[in-house]
Write a new protein. Structure first.
Lengths: 238, 994
């Protein structure tokens, strides 16, 4: 049973290799088109809808455009299977993003690269098809970690937390006094300006503070609630 | 020889005596004895003034000696008691002599109280004599006049005075028995003593008082023998002598003394005033100077603060420039790293093909592509080497050691003792990198040192270099491990890590920079299980002598005026205030009667004289009854024992005492003539008593009292003045100086605090920290990239060569090794980028565009190309890193300028959902489809990869919201259009980059 595939890959030489893999390893798949950019891709989709799209996440200057393409594919072509084939070996957030966007699986461009097995499983309609490098990370724990990180990131953006805020809160949680914190190599501030920083942090983390005095402890707890600091990973700076 | 010994002995004895004398005999005691002797002498010679002076001095020594009496030896105590008794005895004798019975009695009482006459028999005898003779103490047991005579006789054995005393008593006894010729003989027998008597010789060795009594006795004896003429003559001599000795000179003595004291205290008073005035003036002057100096100091501090602020501002600007530059360098390195990471999939593909024995042509192509990318990387690294240099400076290692010493707590938290040995060494090197190296080596040492171990940091100057060592008591290294660290370029799974490799790389970098750094070395001394010592050498710098000008400014004492205490004017005039007895007709009558008594006597009508005297007394008594507040005894011309006039005198009753004196004298003369001895004795005694009493000059007493008061007042005034001055000084200090000092200190502290905050306020230290971090990161990344380039450059070519030669057998192993090395090095490099360098702020796109505009204008002018930029104002603001976005603009403009053709570029911005899309159009260029697709790929031709990297940074920082960068043809397929999107600024924060 043969099926159709469109390959999206922005590096010419890699495209060549990928096409070669399909030709030699997965002969049942018919490569009906290749696209090196988003602009090239959508017209191909207009022309003929494939059974599967092998999608690189980064195209041209945009590293995460694959996520968007995936999302749109899910919306507009829900039957099309999407397998992500990416060199983003370290960017876990992107993996989650693209899975959330509806990708059936992710194959990293390391180790064995693309194998028939993964492609077959995707075609069988399996979710979360990963190759070995990704599978090495247990999905659940990975997800938790990423979610915590997401929250933290959110808090950092939402409350405008910079690294010094984080470091300050972390060391407060570790029981450091302001004086001790001010002697840290990574905290080039005086005690006085740390006090200012704390007042500022309280104002940000407790925007509708009803007159209750917020002390360092409350502040630290709030920071933990917001995942600004991770209570399971409280390590002082050297 | 013996003579010599004798003289020596004598010296020793004298010294011993002196020493003994110093400790055994109290000087006060000796003086007291001297003074008492002097008193006795003055009393006997009736030298009243001398007596009082001696008495005052004796009194003082008595007091002084009394204080130390309990430390006296037994002998000294006896001496003290003797002197004390003698003092009182002599005083009593003196007062008896002056008929001041009360005071005499007081003195006698003192003897009873103080010393029950244990001192000597002689004193006891004298005491008994005085009691008997003057009638002190109870009647019973008191000695009669005969016993007195006995005592006098006993005492006379050794003393002329007592011999005279004894004879006088004998004579008076004989007279009272009517044996006048025997009395006269007795008196005459004393004549040798007085034969040479002349009035002016009186105050010498003779006893005037005794002599006066002698004359009196003579007068009585002659009267008894009926020789009226001689009797009168002796009586007159007696009266003359009485006049000489009668005066109680206590008050004049006191007055003279007081005058002296008052005048000295007055001098002291003026001196005090002058002193206070001087002190106040001085204080005022000083305070004014201090205040001025304080103001100057403060203003100086303020100026300093301004200067510091200005300098900090300048430094800030300088550091900001450097930090921006570092950031650009950093982004370049990141782009380089992205080139490196971009190679990884290619290597993997190569591996796959080789392992699957697939398309070897494809492998060759891949190897070629990798080669090309390496070339790009090499070019970038080369460019940078031209751009970035080490920051070589002279600096004291102490600064860096102080910083690393801050790690002590983190070491001790792990139970490791960190010992940073002090150093004076100065080196010429890159400060930030040196700190980085030291930190790296320390972290390494900490990792491999067990609990209770020690890590020691030291520096030693040797020759033209300084060796900095990090020594630990950790696990140590085997020679094999050591060799691997030092020789191998790639450490695949070594736990000593990449850090040491970096240190080595930095040292190599120094050596490559300049011949000056040829002394730079990196080395390890280690023995397995005993610890290691990692060291590196840096060239020694000539130390500049730092001139520290310590500003020793006195803390400010502000001024205030001392109000002059108004000088209390003191009336010290010694105006005498004579008190006159009130005129009274009764007194006139009495005076008249007294006159009559006198006339009766001159006419030898002695009985009449008594009658007149009685009338006169009657007048006086009547006057007394009328005027006296207290009932007083009446006067009479005859009587026994008690002298009534004295009571009157003592009661301060004002009457005509001159009349009474006249009366008594005339009555004495009359009774002598009439041989009425008892009357004579009574009247004579009354006369003598009153006469002596009257000599007490009341005015002098008053003066004395006034002077005493003045003296006390003056002393008090001086004390008050001093206290006031002291209080004033205290108040002045507490209310003015201290608050103002505190104010000054607060101001000073405030300024200093501000001064210390200046750097931080300006964000300088933070900037420096970031700058340093970026700098170190860049340097380390450089090392990584260089080693990636160097270590892996060879493989792609080798692989290609093998493919072409069909040497497929060795290929899998080679490609695996290549892949491993490449991955390891890349991971190490990637680890350097973990610290975020992104600095988020609201970036106004309009100001970003105007930055681009001015940048273009500058550059195009330099190149001589008429290239313009039209930027549409949008009023939008984005969230992003201003420095990176500015760099983005620079890269865009630089890229456009590579085509030296005139034209107009355009920049615009619009909102697109949560993003701002910036559109850059260059209509002069036409790019093919393929070129557009590969626009952001690494290339030796252009730096577009930087743009991609900057957008990637934004996307990563904002958690991958989907920032894009896209190159496309412009409108109608003409020109180049670059679009990028970054998060829009939601207006939560004010834009601070306008």
């Amino acid at each position: 049973m043969s099926w159709k595939v469109i390959i999206v890959e922005d590096v010419k030489l890699e495209m060549k290799g990928t096409v070669e893999i399909f030709r030699t390893e997965i002969p049942e798949a018919e490569v009906i088109g290749t696209a090196m950019s988003e602009a090239e891709f959508w017209p191909l989709m207009e022309k003929e809808v494939p059974d599967m799209v092998l999608l690189d996440l980064g195209l041209g200057g945009s590293t995460t455009i694959g996520v968007e393409i995936c999302r749109r594919l899910r919306k507009e072509f829900s039957s099309v299977k999407v397998l992500i084939f990416t060199g983003e070996v370290l960017n876990e957030k992107l993996w989650v993003d693209v899975l959330d966007a509806g990708a059936n699986g992710i194959v990293l461009k390391t180790g064995e690269l693309l194998t028939r097995d993964e492609v077959r499983r995707v075609m069988e309609g399996k979710q979360w098809v990963f190759n070995q490098p990704i599978l090495e990370k247990i999905v659940e724990r990975f997800r938790q970690a990423v979610n915590a990180e997401t929250m933290r990131r959110k808090a950092i953006i939402e409350y405008d937390i910079d690294e010094y805020d984080e470091r300050y809160l972390r060391h407060l949680a570790l029981g450091y006094t302001k004086d001790q914190i001010s002697t840290l190599r990574t905290m080039p501030f005086s005690t006085k300006s740390l006090e200012k920083r704390q007042a500022d942090l309280i104002a940000r983390l407790f925007p509708d503070n009803d007159g209750r005095t917020v002390n360092s402890v409350r502040l630290v707890v709030r920071a933990i609630e917001l995942h600004i600091i991770d209570p399971e990973n409280l390590i002082p700076d050297d | 020889m013996p003579r010599n010994i004798c003289s020596r002995l004598r010296v020793v004895v004298v010294l011993a005596c002196l020493a003994l004398g110093a400790c055994s005999t109290h000087p006060q005691l000796e003086r007291l004895e001297d003074e008492v002797t002097e008193m006795q002498h003055s009393q006997r010679t009736a030298d009243n003034i001398a007596f009082y002076r001696a008495r005052q001095r004796a009194e003082r020594y008595l007091r002084l000696a009394g204080r130390t009496a309990r430390f006296f030896s037994e002998e000294d105590r006896l001496r003290y008691a003797h002197a004390q008794t003698q003092y009182h005895l002599t005083s009593a004798a003196y007062y008896y002599m002056l008929s001041q019975q009360n005071r005499a009695a007081q003195e006698m009482l003192q003897i009873d109280e103080d010393n029950p006459l244990t001192a000597s028999t002689r004193q006891w005898l004298e005491y008994r004599y005085l009691c008997g003779y003057y009638g002190y103490g109870p009647e019973v047991g008191r000695l009669g006049i005969r016993q007195c005579q006995g005592i006098a006789n006993q005492l006379a054995a050794s003393d002329d005075y007592w011999r005279v005393e004894a004879k006088l008593i004998e004579a008076s006894l004989l007279s009272s028995e009517g044996n006048f010729s025997a009395a006269l003989d007795t008196l005459r027998s004393m004549e040798p003593l007085y034969v040479e008597h002349k009035p002016d010789a009186l105050n010498a060795e003779l006893f005037p008082e005794s002599l006066s009594r002698l004359y009196e006795q003579m007068s009585v004896a002659y009267a008894g023998l009926g020789n009226k003429y001689l009797s009168d003559s002796y009586r007159n001599q007696y009266l003359d002598l009485l006049n000489e000795i009668r005066e109680d000179k206590e008050l004049p003595a006191r007055r003279a003394e007081l005058e002296k004291r008052v005048s000295s205290v007055r001098r002291l008073f003026f001196v005090t005033i002058a002193f206070i005035a001087l002190a106040a003036a001085l204080l005022w002057l000083l305070a004014r100077r201090w205040r001025k100096r304080g103001r100057e100091y403060l203003s100086q501090l303020n100026e300093q603060l301004d200067e510091e602020r200005r300098e900090a501002g300048e430094r800030y600007a300088l550091h900001q420039l450097q930090a921006e530059k570092n950031k650009r360098d950093n982004i370049m390195r990141k782009a380089s790293l992205s080139i490196v990471t971009g190679v990884i999939p290619l290597i993997d593909r190569m591996r796959r093909e080789i392992h699957h024995k697939g398309d070897y042509e494809y492998v060759s192509e891949l190897a070629q592509e990798i080669d090309y990318r390496n070339e790009v990387l090499a070019k970038w690294i080369q460019t940078r080497q031209g751009m970035v240099n080490l920051h070589i400076e002279n600096f004291a290692l102490r600064d860096i050691f102080d910083i690393v010493a801050k790690n002590k707590p983190s070491f001790s938290a792990k139970g490791i003792h960190l010992d940073v040995l002090p150093t004076d060494a100065t080196v010429k090197a890159d400060k930030a990198l040196t700190l980085f190296m030291l930190n790296t080596l320390m972290d390494n040492a900490q990792k491999f040192t067990p609990k209770d171990g020690t890590v020691r940091i030291s520096a030693e100057t040797e020759g033209d270099y300084v060796e900095i060592g990090v020594e630990d008591t950790g696990v140590g290294l085997t020679p094999e491990e050591k060799r691997r660290i030092l020789d191998e370029k790639v450490l695949t799974s070594d736990n000593h890590g990449f850090g040491i490799l970096n240190c080595k790389g930095i040292i190599d970098k120094y050596r490559k920079t300049d011949d000056f750094f040829r002394v730079c070395r990196f080395g390890i001394e280690s023995e397995k299980g005993k610890g290691s010592r990692f060291w590196f050498r840096l060239p020694k710098a000539l130390r500049k002598a730092a001139t520290l000008i310590a500003l020793c400014l006195l803390l400010i004492a502000p001024s205030a005026c001392t109000p002059y205490d108004s000088l209390f004017s003191q009336d010290v005039s010694l105006e005498s205030n004579t008190e006159t007895a009130p005129y009274d007709s009764l007194l006139t009558q009495a005076a008249d009667f007294a006159d009559s008594v006198y006339y009766a006597n001159t006419e030898a009508r002695y009985e009449d004289a008594f009658t007149y005297a009685d009338s006169a007394f009657a007048c006086l008594n009547h006057h007394c009854r009328l005027n006296s507040n207290t009932p007083l005894d009446t006067l009479a011309s005859t009587g026994r024992g008690h002298v009534v006039e004295r009571d009157w005198w003592m009661a301060d009753f004002a009457t005509d005492y001159f009349t009474i004196l006249d009366l008594r004298n005339e009555l004495a003369v009359a009774s002598l003539a009439l041989n009425r001895w008892a009357d004579y004795r009574y009247n004579n005694r009354a006369y003598t008593t009153l006469y002596k009493l009257q000599s007490i000059d009341l005015n002098i007493a008053k003066d004395c009292r006034r002077m005493q008061r003045t003296y006390a007042d003056m002393v008090g005034l001086i004390v008050v003045l001093l206290v006031v001055a002291l209080l004033f000084a205290l108040c002045y200090y507490l209310l003015l100086v201290r608050p103002r000092n505190r104010l000054h200190r607060l101001q000073e502290q405030h300024i200093k605090e501000q001064s210390s905050m200046v750097e931080e306020d300006s964000g300088l230290s933070r900037l420096q920290f970031e700058e340093n971090r970026l700098y170190v990161q860049n340097q380390v990344l450089d090392n990584c990239l260089s080693s990636i380039k160097h270590e892996t450059l060879f493989y792609p070519g080798r692989i290609r060569h093998m493919v072409e030669n069909k040497a497929f057998d060795d290929l899998p192993e080679l490609v695996d090794y290549y892949s491993e090395v490449y991955m390891t090095l890349t991971a190490c490099a990637a680890r350097q980028l973990e610290a975020s360098t992104f600095r988020r702020s609201a970036v106004s796109l309009d100001s970003l565009f105007s930055y681009a505009n001015s940048y273009l204008r500058k550059k195009s002018q330099a190149k001589g190309v008429a290239l313009m930029l039209s930027a549409e104002p949008s009023g939008l603001a984005a969230e992003g890193d201003n420095v990176l976005l500015q760099y983005m603009m620079e890269v865009l403009m630089d890229d456009a300028l590579t085509l030296e053709k005139e034209g107009v570029l355009s920049l615009s911005a619009q909102r697109e959902g949560d993003f701002v899309q910036v559109v850059f159009t260059d209509e002069r260029i036409r790019l093919s489809e393929g070129e557009l697709q590969q626009f952001f790929e690494p290339s030796t031709e252009h730096a577009h990869v930087l743009m991609r990297q900057i957008i990637r940074e934004h996307d990563e920082y904002f958690n991958h919201p989907g920032c894009r960068i896209l190159a496309s043809p412009g409108k109608e397929g003409e020109g180049l259009c670059i679009r990028f999107t970054i998060p829009i600024h939601r207006g939560k924060h004010d834009s601070n980059n306008d």
